[in-house]
Structures are given as structure tokens and as C-alpha cells.
Design a protein around this ligand. Structure first.
Ligand SMILES: *Cc1c(COP(=O)(O)O)cnc(C)c1O
Length: 350
């Protein structure tokens, strides 16, 4: 089976060897406060920042998942109210989890065809101290292009880049908090999340002073200063991330490949398939179409039939998600997938 599922997704094939190495060299049993482990963690952060061009003064923290970061932000970085812009299931879930901790937090939903700039125009964000954006909405295959200057300067900007980080260039300085889980664009097994914070975010955390939880951001930072973590971490996950980051091209090269492949996928679904069926690219506005998750809509029947046929040919595609559960399918356009596999899937779809 070749998987094009948009998370958990295909892992880099080298992971097989890295797992053997981890077992052989004792990484799996390392104490997380031992010198070896602390050095490995420091090296992983270094290569991660280097390959992704993360600014020197932004800090990288390892946590368990993107979902955990939603909670850390609500606990440690929102003073009174966050405002969440969302157009799909993941953005909405982030809002809902936040509201359980901060009932004042509010959501602004928008249509999948809309740009965020057109949505911001009519909103008053004066009382928001943090803006939440889902950079790549994995449930419907949309992306958000934004700049800091689109929002009031007093707001912190937090960006869920779970299904784009590692696949496309991200303009780090345009936001204060970025995060992802590793089982999407980073091509690794699930069980590790990455949180990246600007100096402004850390300053705000100090001002707010939350220290109530095991994963309060200030407590996390204190541990990372010593190259340690706030709990026994997924040492294997961190090790694998370090090995994969060492092996991959810098993000600007990966970005070019991702965008070229995305263009080909959209062209493919507009020409080849659509002519003979009612299948259609879900997002019509090219400005908001995702580069990393390709979503195609159609009748419930056509979609179910297609997924079954493609499965029989040896491919797993992503089912629809949330509102689009039964009338769409999704294809991961993640870097661990090869040109050969894409050509094979295109052949099968034809
Ligand atoms: C997958 C995903 C998440 C959740 O990731 P977990 O690892 O399950 O916490 C959050 N946001 C987006 C956009 C996602 O694609």
C-alpha cells in the first residue's frame, strides 16, 4: 500500500535505518537528563532551525502534539481573549478547546474561497490579545497567506502550521508562535509536536506569569535552557527528527518541489478527471488553495467508489474530514512522497 493520507502520512524510508540505529546505540533507553540525550536534543534543535531558516532568536520546544500546543497557548499566552480565524474543522477545534479554558475567546469563521484579508476588514480586534490562524486547514485543503501588518500590532500571532511546516517556506518573523506535529509534512511517526516562539511571545509569557501546569510555557522554557524537557519526552521521536532534518534539503528547495507538485495536482484534477466525472477541486480560488493537501469534491457515491477502486490498486487516499467527510477526498502533497509514487497514483486515477 502506498499512502497519500494527510496525516499520519508516509514516513521517510530512511526512518527504517534510523530506528535500527536508535536501538543499536541505546538511544531508546537513554535517560532524558543524561549528557548524551541533552547533546542530542540540542543538535536536533540546531539542525531543525538551520534547515528551516528559523531566526536565531526564536526558541524551539518539543511537546507531545499540536493539540497540546493549543492548550499551552490558552494557558500561558492569552491574557484575556484570543480571536480565532477559521474555515474548517481543525481551526474550529482549536477555538473550542481554547474556549473551555478561556470562555471570552471568540471565533470568526470564513468561507473556504475567502482570503483572510477580506475577512479581517470588518472586524474589530481591539480587545484581542492573541490572534489564532490555521496556516493550512488540513480538513479542506486551504491555506492562509498573511502578514503581521494585517493585524493590530498589539496582538500576538499564533499559527497552526501542522500540515505545512516542513513542506513549504514559512515566514517566521510574521508571527510569534508557530507549531506542528511531526506526522504530516515532516514525514515522521506520530507522537511529537514542535512549538516555535518569538522573543515577543516569551516576553508576553513572562508578563502573564502562568506557572500552574506541568506544561506552562515558562516551565518548559526553564527546562529547555538546560537542554531538558518538562517531562520524560519522546526521545526516539526527537532523535528521528534530528536524523531526518540532517538528511533533507533546506526548506527553500523543498518548497519549490512542493509547489510544483501542487500545481501539477490541480492541473491534473482540472483536466484529466473532471472531464469524465463530477469530481472537482474543492477550492476554486487559486490564492487560497493549499500546496500540501489537495482536496477534491464530488458526489458521495463517486467518492466512495473512487476510494475503493484506488484502494484495490494499492493506494490509500485521505477520506474527507469534518463537514466534507463523505463528499471529498484528500491527497497529501508531503515531501516524503516521491515523484514515482505520484506518477503511479495519477496513472491509477486516470
Ligand atoms: C493534524 C492536525 C492537528 C492535530 O495534530 P495532533 O498531532 O493530533 O495533535 C492540528 N491542526 C492541524 C491543522 C492538523 O492538520
Amino acid at each position: 500500500m502506498t499512502t497519500f493520507y494527510p496525516g499520519p502520512s508516509k514516513v521517510y524510508p530512511q526512518v527504517s535505518d534510523y530506528l535500527q540505529d536508535a536501538f543499536r546505540t541505546g538511544v531508546l533507553s537513554w535517560n532524558h537528563r543524561s549528557p548524551e540525550c541533552m547533546a542530542m536534543m540540542q543538535q536536533t534543535i540546531q539542525i531543525f532551525k538551520q534547515k528551516l531558516y528559523i531566526p536565531e532568536d526564536y526558541q524551539v520546544f518539543f511537546v507531545s502534539s499540536a493539540t497540546e500546543v493549543w492548550e499551552i497557548i490558552a494557558q500561558s499566552l492569552v491574557k484575556e481573549k484570543s480571536v480565532h480565524f477559521y474555515n474548517g474543522a481543525f481551526g474550529k477545534k482549536w477555538l473550542e478547546y481554547t474556549q473551555k479554558l478561556i470562555p471570552e475567546s471568540a471565533g470568526i469563521s470564513f468561507d473556504v474561497e475567502e482570503t483572510i484579508q477580506s475577512v479581517i476588514q470588518n472586524q474589530s480586534l481591539a480587545d484581542a490579545d492573541l490572534i489564532a490562524i490555521t496556516h493550512n486547514e488540513t480538513s479542506n485543503g486551504t491555506k492562509v497567506d498573511f502578514q503581521r501588518s494585517d493585524f493590530p500590532p498589539h496582538c500576538l500571532l499564533a499559527v497552526d502550521a501542522t500540515s505545512s511546516l516542513g513542506g513549504v517556506v514559512l515566514d517566521w518573523v510574521e508571527a510569534d508562535i508557530w507549531f506542528a506535529s511531526v506526522q504530516k509534512c515532516l514525514g515522521l511517526p506520530a507522537g511529537l509536536g514542535v512549538m516555535i516562539c518569538s522573543p515577543k511571545a516569551m516576553k508576553t509569557a513572562k508578563k502573564i506569569g502562568d506557572r500552574k501546569y506541568y506544561n506552562s510555557l515558562l516551565f518548559i522554557e526553564e527546562n529547555f535552557k538546560k537542554n531538558q524537557t518538562h517531562y520524560t519526552p519522546n526521545v526516539l521521536g526527537i532523535y528521528l527528527l534530528g536524523r531526518v532534518m540532517k538528511a533533507v534539503e533546506p526548506i527553500d528547495s523543498i518548497d519549490k518541489v512542493t509547489k510544483k507538485r501542487a500545481k501539477n495536482w490541480y492541473k491534473f484534477f482540472m483536466k484529466e478527471v473532471v472531464e469524465e466525472s463530477d469530481l472537482q477541486v474543492l477550492v476554486q480560488n487559486p490564492a487560497v488553495r493549499s500546496d500540501t493537501v489537495i482536496t477534491v469534491k464530488g458526489s458521495e457515491n463517486d467518492i466512495a467508489l473512487l476510494l475503493q477502486k484506488i484502494k484495490n490498486k494499492g493506494f490509500t487516499l485521505g477520506k474527507g474530514y469534518g463537514e466534507w467527510k463523505t463528499n471529498s477526498f484528500r491527497i497529501a502533497n508531503f515531501p516524503a512522497i516521491t515523484d514515482f509514487e505520484i506518477a503511479q497514483l495519477m496513472g491509477a486515477l486516470e
